[in-house]
Write a protein that binds this ligand. Sequence first.
Ligand SMILES: [Zn+2]
Length: 320
Amino acid sequence: MICDVAGRMGLLEILSWARPHDSSVERAFCREYLDRIPGMTADAFGNRMITIGANPRVLWSCHVDTVAARGGHQDVYIDEHGIARLLNGKSGMSLGADDGAGIWIMLNMIEAARPGLYVFHRGEEQGCLGSDWIRRNTPELLEDLGAAIAFDREGFGDVITHQMARRTCSDAFATSLAAALNRLDRGFRYAPDDTGVFTDTNEYAGIIPECTNLSVGYHGQHGPRETLDVAHCEKLLAALLRFDATSLVIERDPSVEEDDCWGWRGHRDDQAAFADAIAEYPTVAARMLAQCGMNIDDFQMAVWAEESGDDHYYRPLAVS
Ligand SMILES: [Zn+2]
């Protein structure tokens, strides 16, 4: 590999690039870090991908864009507790461990020649543009895979079973993945979690049997106070370098949409039904809003604006 992304220095280097979708910085990053890898290819949308091993069972997924308002270099550091942060973070900036952590893990797995189809998606933060493009235009890429596993989830222990309140992998798969990881690092507490918002693997849930998203150790994504627990990220990589995908249980039929989701699914545009569901599951709703980058101040501002009749206040929610 031309760019050395090994170790903490490599991780910090990736985090030092603020990469809004379709910016010159994002394109330069892809050229520097992805296109120099022998065997890496790009599709017509600019998603980068590489296959390692014959007929891999797993698609590993991350995204190259970050939510930064402007592209460029940013100063990052690791504090005395092993937490990566922005130095002088301001509004419009983010550490970009969402999803620099996923990129770093995947580049190191590639360097170690771990088997898999590795897809570096573009435009996830704009609504999963890259994965939507793949699903529509090159679905053959997704055939014959058993699982799609994204490294794009906050926290330390989630193996996501549902995204947008729709099941994307079986409990048996999530349990087998969590158990495999927990066996590889006795400090891990991975477990199935059904509160996923959405990321690229959600796009593939109608084609690939088991689609999930794994916690990689970041918190407070989409804002200047985003952090990354570097030790967790390193341990996850170490586990993945010894991970055996044949231990995964693949049992979900992607052509069948399981009817075990929240009650409001059939009424997405029905605000009253939505409000009822939120009243019934306030903690889930709060968690989803937080995952979308909204904090309590944002929420109270929005409530205040709504109640004062200020209809100019509108802040579109970004995705995970
Ligand atoms: Zn993300």
